[in-house]
Design a protein around this ligand. Structure first.
Ligand code: CP
Ligand code: NVA
Length: 299
C-alpha cells in the first residue's frame, strides 16, 4: 500500500480485496497484533462526525495506539496556521494523521508535508474509508466484489468513491441523478479509462431494475448547507422509498453511509426495513478502519 490513503484510486484490486479480508479477520477476532503500540495518531476534523471519529479512535486504541482528536476550534487548519506548518509540526510528534477536510487539496498538502501516513476521513471529493466498509458489507451479503450497484441521488464524495471502487473491483455502477449533479469528471474519466461499467440515468426506477444493492446519501453534504432548499426541491424525485424498491429485484439490499436525513433521500420504512443493511455497514466501519491502520503500520 502507498504511504497515504487519500483516494480509492490509491488501491490496487489486490490491495482493496486484501483490506476487506483483513477487516473480516478483525471482525472474527482473528487478529490481535498491536502495530500501533507506542504510537500516536492525530485525528483532524474540520467537520462533524460520529462514525468516522469513534471508529478511528476505537481502532487506534484496539491496535495499541492513542488518538489525539483535534476539532476545528483546536487548530483552525489553514487559518490559525498554514496546512504545511501544521503537517510539519504534527509529523515531529505523531505517527500518522487521519483528516476530515473541506477541500481535498488540504489532504494532498498534509500528505506532501508528512513523512507519516495521512488517511482521508472524508473530503469534498472522496470518502474512501466509508467505501471499504460498504464493499465489506456487500461482500458479506453477496459473496462477491463484482456487484451491481445503483446509486440514487447526489453525485457527491461518497458516489465518487463508489464509482472509483467499481473501476477497481469490477461490477456495475449505475447512478440516477440530475444532470448538474453527476460524479466528479476526473473520477469518471479515469473509471471509464479503466474499463468500468458505468451508467448515468435520470430515472431512479431505471437505475434499480437490475440492482443487487441500492445506495443513497444526503442531498446536501456538509459544507453545502446554503444550497439545501434548492437541492431538496431538485432531488425530490430521487427518494429511496418502498415504491422505488418495488422496481428492484427481490434480493436487493439498501445501503446508506449515514447520517441519514429521514424523509428526504430515504424514508423511515426503508431505512428501518428488512432490506436495509445500514447498521451492518456502520459496524463494518470499525473493522475496515482497523484494516487500513494495520496495513499502513505493519511494514
Ligand atoms: N458515514 C460517516 O462518515 O459518518 P460520520 O460523518 O458520522 O463520520
Ligand atoms: N456526503 C456526505 C457524507 C457524510 C458521511 C457529506 O459529505 O456530508
Amino acid at each position: 500500500m502507498k504511504k497515504d490513503f487519500l483516494s480509492i484510486y490509491d488501491l490496487t484490486k489486490e490491495e482493496f480485496q486484501e483490506l476487506i479480508e483483513i477487516a473480516i479477520k478483525f471482525k472474527k477476532g482473528e487478529i490481535s497484533d498491536k502495530p500501533l503500540s507506542g504510537k500516536m495518531i492525530a485525528l483532524i476534523f474540520q467537520k462533524p462526525s460520529l462514525r468516522t471519529r469513534v471508529t478511528f479512535e476505537r481502532a487506534v486504541y484496539d491496535l495499541g495506539g492513542k488518538g489525539v482528536y483535534l476539532s476545528p476550534q483546536d487548530i483552525q487548519l489553514g487559518k490559525r496556521e498554514s496546512v504545511k506548518d501544521v503537517a510539519k509540526n504534527l509529523d515531529n510528534w505523531t505517527d500518522g494523521v487521519v483528516a476530515r477536510v473541506f477541500h481535498h487539496g488540504i489532504l494532498l498538502e498534509l500528505a506532501e508535508n508528512s513523512r507519516h501516513p495521512v488517511i482521508n476521513a472524508l473530503s469534498d471529493l472522496e470518502h474512501p474509508c466509508q467505501i471499504l466498509a460498504d464493499y465489506m458489507t456487500m461482500y458479506e451479503i453477496s459473496g462477491k466484489f463484482e456487484v451491481n450497484l445503483a446509486y440514487i441521488g447526489d453525485g457527491n464524495n461518497v458516489a465518487n468513491s463508489l464509482l472509483a471502487a467499481t473501476a477497481i473491483l469490477g461490477g456495475k455502477f449505475t447512478i440516477a441523478t440530475p444532470y448538474e449533479y453527476e460524479p466528479n469528471g476526473f473520477i469518471m474519466k479515469k473509471a471509464l479509462e479503466m474499463g468500468a461499467k458505468v451508467e448515468i440515468v435520470r430515472d431512479p426506477k431505471e437505475a434499480v431494475k437490475d440492482a443487487d444493492f441500492i445506495y443513497t446519501d444526503v442531498w446536501a453534504s456538509m459544507g453545502q448547507e446554503a444550497e439545501r432548499e434548492k437541492r431538496l426541491k431538485l432531488f425530490r424525485p430521487y427518494q429511496v422509498n418502498s415504491e422505488l424498491l418495488k422496481h428492484a429485484p427481490e434480493h436487493v439490499k439498501v445501503l446508506h453511509c449515514l447520517p441519514a436525513h429521514r424523509g428526504e433521500e430515504i424514508t423511515d420504512e426503508v431505512l428501518d426495513g428488512p432490506q436495509s443493511v445500514v447498521l451492518q455497514e456502520s459496524e463494518n466501519r470499525l473493522h475496515t478502519e482497523k484494516a487500513v491502520l494495520y496495513k499502513l503500520f505493519t511494514r
